[in-house]
Design a protein around this ligand. Structure first.
Ligand code: NAP
Length: 266
């Protein structure tokens, strides 16, 4: 099996990265940065986000597993004290894979600039760099509402515990093939009226944001902000992607237990 260990870059994570690499190489597993079967992240959820985007061109062949050197993460649920046991599992046993849905984002620009397609594992956000964001929201080809406010967030079920949660969105079990639209401070008056509640869309529904002031839009995909082009953003189309993210699973760690331990108490 080919593997890569991605570190957050702090001393503890780098030391653990070295230990893991040595032990797996001794067991005759192959370190391969270009086409790993398994990506082991050491750090936090942010470290996983970076690794996901580094390898998102081969998601069907790569499984992720995460170790947290800080607090418990949703994508980094193994603690440093469990690393020995984890490595024994990786070396000795075939592993189970679970696959979770992703968000597909297609951005279309004015002046015939090529559309751009992205995959998000947490979310896509749209904000205005200047003034309020104004956009028409279409669901499944029908006009739904006109939004005016700070911005909109379209999240995956896995991302529902991240930015979406801070916006009052619901936490969804990551096995639900769906996407969630949540608002950032909408203005509601006689001209602009929005639902005001987060919306969860199923796999076969598409949400289209038609931007009125797209030249001032700032779009993020997970941890990175897209470069602003001269051509203005006309539409942002979001739906459940065909691709999935795959996690190597070696023991049960139910999602709701992780939610409780992350947000309530351990
Ligand atoms: P960051 O601003 O350095 O950290 C954001 C925090 O979100 C970190 O504590 C990170 O965990 C955590 N996180 C990431 N994915 C998560 C998930 N699926 N569930 C629960 N927590 C999660 O940025 P970053 O590390 O590059 O991560 C980018 C993410 O930050 C974005 O995808 C967005 O979801 C989130 N964000 C949240 C807010 C907010 O809550 N108001 C605002 C902006 C962005 P670790 O510490 O384990 O890395």
């Amino acid at each position: 099996m080919k593997f890569i260990v991605a570190s957050r870059g702090d001393t503890l994570s780098n030391e653990l990265q070295q230990v893991i690499e040595n032990r797996l190489c001794q067991a005759e597993l192959i370190k391969d940065t270009r086409s790993p079967d398994m990506v082991i992240t050491v750090g936090g959820d942010g470290t996983f986000l970076q690794a996901f985007h580094d390898y998102n061109d081969r998601l069907d062949q790569t499984a992720f597993v995460g170790i947290h050197t800080g607090h418990l993460g949703f994508y980094a649920d193994w603690s440093p004290s469990e690393v020995d046991a984890l490595l024994t599992h990786i070396i000795k046993t075939p592993y189970q894979v679970i696959a979770y849905p992703l968000l597909e984002v297609v951005i279309r620009y004015a002046n015939n600039r090529e559309p751009a397609r992205y995959l998000a594992v947490n979310e896509c956000t749209v904000k205005s760099m200047e003034g309020s964001l104004v956009c028409h929201v279409e669901i499944k080809g029908e006009t739904f509402e006109t939004f005016r406010g700070d911005g909109l967030c379209m999240s995956t079920p896995s991302g529902s515990t991240a930015y979406n949660k801070a916006l009052g969105g619901a936490i969804l079990h990551p096995s639900l093939a769906s996407i969630q639209l949540s608002e950032m401070a909408s203005i509601n008056n006689r001209v602009y009226r929005t639902l005001g509640s987060p919306l969860v869309l199923p796999q076969h529904h598409t949400c289209l944001l038609k931007l009125i002031n797209g030249e001032k839009a700032q779009v993020t995909i997970d941890h990175f902000t897209l470069p602003v082009h001269q051509e203005k953003v006309e539409t942002i189309q979001c739906r459940v992607a065909e691709e999935k993210v795959r996690f190597a699973r070696f023991r049960p760690f139910p999602f709701w237990k992780r939610v409780k331990e992350s947000f309530i108490s351990d």
